[in-house]
Write a protein that binds this ligand. Sequence first.
Ligand SMILES: C[S@@+](CC[C@H](N)C(=O)[O-])C[C@H]1O[C@@H](n2cnc3c(N)ncnc32)[C@H](O)[C@@H]1O
Length: 265
Amino acid sequence: MKTEEREHLIKILRETIYNLTGNYYPDERMKILEYKIERLLRSVHLDSAPPKRIINYFLLSPDGKKMLIDLMTVPETRFFREYEQLTALMGGPCKNKNNLTVLSIGCSTGEEPYSVAMIMKRTGKTGKVVGTDINENVLEKARKGLYRASSLRDVPEEYREFFIEKDGQIEVVDEIRRMVSFRPLNLINRQDFLSLSITADCVLCRNVLIYFDSKSKRVALENIREILVKDGLLVLSSTEILQREFYDIFEPIKEGKFFFYKPKG
Ligand SMILES: C[S@@+](CC[C@H](N)C(=O)[O-])C[C@H]1O[C@@H](n2cnc3c(N)ncnc32)[C@H](O)[C@@H]1O
């Protein structure tokens, strides 16, 4: 394939990923995308196929679309990530609420929703946690609730009772698993939110919107606002800042050293 053809192909696939998922590869991350696409093309034996055939495969076949979603997914997560922020949430704005519905969007392999359920259990809160992700492969792992034994290193001592050892791995115990369910959801697809048929007290969407551009972020935030109860809260990672241009959808409230976001309008 000629260099211009290759560059054109990569640009079309970048656009396809954006339209499918809202995740945007800016020019400075194009090299990473190029590398991932080349590896993917080799794995499906399309590396010497004409560009048109490659584009049709990714644009038209369900398998091709799933592969692109898998390719852009950054699945990095861990148990009790930003534990202090989660305890500030449960002990602060959610303190006097019970029978909570928490939605974890972009939950990857499930560590986040399970951690929230464990914190709820220990703080005597009832309710449920719904873990969602655009990537079916990570959800499949999440549903199994089985993790490498080394994942325990991120788990505070007082929460280790919620794991049992199984064949050299660790498994989340049934009483926590019963509180958590997993559903596919694409942040930029309003219908996916409606299909959940829930209203949420809290939506965790941590380390997901950092890969969105302004336009897709707005769509995602509007979808999140719609699923929240009136006094509900959006939780981003504490290293993410919601830009002022979105203050017409969510406004920040401060709880100790953390910011949470409440819906406007
Ligand atoms: C870096 S992980 C974050 C995991 C977890 N929230 C945390 O902070 O540890 C980002 C996840 O967002 C998911 N994701 C990306 N785009 C998405 C979209 N449009 N809708 C739903 N999930 C998406 C990815 O599949 C990936 O599993």
